[in-house]
Each structure stands twice: as C-alpha cells, then as structure tokens.
Ligand binder design. Structure first.
Ligand code: 13P
Length: 245
C-alpha cells in the first residue's frame, strides 16, 4: 500500500500535470493498493481523471471532522463517503501539532469512519521523545485510541516519526522494522477483534531510499508527503514497491 498525502499543496494546473506524469511512468503490471489524498477541494477533480480507470488507484481524504452541522470549515465523514473516498488519514502529526487535535478527538474520528472505509491512523514520536528513548511509550499512548474498537480489518497504521517528516532524516530501516512489529503487536493485543494491521512508514521517503524500507519484513508500504507531489517520482516509488514485494 502506497499513499500520497499532498497536504495543503496543489492547484488545478498541478493536478493535470501530476496525472500525466504519473500515468506515463506508472508500471501497472502489479497492483498494490495506491491512494492519493489531495486537499479535499481537488477530490472531485482527481476522480474525473484517467486515474479512475485503474481499479488499484483510490482517492481519499486527508482528514475528517468528528461531526457535521454547525462546524464552519469542516468536512464530515458522510461527505467523504458521498464522494467515494476509499480511505481517510486520521491523526497526522500536523493535525495534532498545528490544530491541537487530541487523542480523544482522534478516537471519535476513528469511530465515525473505521467501519465504513479504510482508516490510516498516523502515530509517531518527536525528536526529543526519540532522544529520550520514549518512542515505544509514546506510540503505545497514541495507539490507545484503537483500544476496544471493532475495526473490521479497516485500520492501517502509519508510523511517521515527527522528526523525519520533511527533514531528509529517517530512522534506519532496521529501526523502522522493529517499531512496525511493536505497533502490530500493540494493536493486536488491544483492539476488540485482535486486528493485526498493516503498518506503513512515513517520513522523507523518496525514490532513492524507498527500496531500503520496502525490503523490511514488517514494512507494508509508505505514506509519502513531499515526494508524492511529483507524479513521476510517486509512480517510481510504487514501481519500486511492486518490484520489492
Ligand atoms: P514527507 O514525505 O514530506 O516527509 O512527509 C511525510 C508525511 O507527513 C506524510 O503524511
């Protein structure tokens, strides 16, 4: 599973160029689940492109709100489903840090959406927490949001160390592998139906380093920010994933 998170980037012109560059470079002989999460205002536009002809390509949302109604600026889970989104990213560290999102709100979002579509829950420690050897404790706390929730195999975890996002720094592939195994075990032992989730790695993944992560046993794919803004590089990363798996 390879997911593009465009964050707050893009334009009408960019989506056209992106789709062309992607389709020219994407090798569709193997069909891993591919997701693209543009800013929600561009979801419809992407749904209307040639991408729609490829069954393995799924458009998703970068977030949902906890509710609907008098909540200016928000987008509800029902709206996302109405637009045929096949997944939603929840709990990204930028939502936690810039929009003060709490674990409680993240849990509410998961409850809204987990049984209806794929939920990609982001977790990850800050640089300081990493330096203080608190990574596992922090992840355990963040993963409490899935405790006792019935998930119907819809949950995917993205391990995104905050210090690796957009910095060019990453943990070693071996470190990532160990943390992914830890995450799978924690979710399996705490979720209602003992789910053993896929775990994606996110944080400075690009076409140069992707293979080193994809070779690891417990790395089930990637959640990609910066490198996903170039349709060609995103396609190359998917091709590398398909060759490695
Ligand atoms: P970068 O790939 O730009 O480091 O971003 C990762 C990320 O935050 C994806 O959600």
């Amino acid at each position: 599973m390879i997911i593009a998170n465009w964050k707050c980037n893009g334009s009408k012109a960019m989506t056209n160029t992106w789709v062309n560059n992607f389709l020219t470079n994407y090798d569709e002989t193997k069909k891993a689940f591919i997701g693209i999460a543009p800013p929600s205002i561009y979801i419809q536009r992407l749904l209307e492109t040639e991408l729609n002809k490829l069954a393995e390509i799924n458009i998703g949302s970068q977030d949902i709100d906890i509710s609907s109604g008098a909540r200016t600026g928000a987008i509800s889970s029902d709206m996302i489903l109405d637009f045929d989104c096949k997944f939603s990213i929840i709990g990204h560290s930028e939502r936690r840090q810039l929009f003060n999102e709490t674990n409680e709100e993240i849990k509410q979002k998961i409850l809204k959406i987990a049984k209806k579509t794929i939920t990609i829950l982001c977790v990850g420690e800050t640089r300081e927490e990493n330096k203080n050897d608190q990574t596992r404790d922090i992840l355990k706390k963040q993963l409490e949001v899935v405790k006792d929730i019935e998930l119907n195999n819809s949950l995917v975890i993205a391990y995104e160390p905050v210090w690796a996002i957009g910095t060019g720094n990453t943990p070693t592939p071996n470190n990532i592998n160990e943390i992914h195994k830890f995450i799978k075990d924690v979710v399996q032992s705490t979720s209602y139906n003992s789910e053993y989730p896929m775990v994606l790695y996110g944080g400075s993944v690009n076409q140069e380093n992707a293979k080193s992560f994809f070779k690891e046993e417990f790395v089930d794919g990637a959640l990609i920010g910066g490198a996903s803004l170039d349709g060609k590089e995103f396609a190359n990363i998917i091709n590398i994933f398909n060759e490695t798996n």
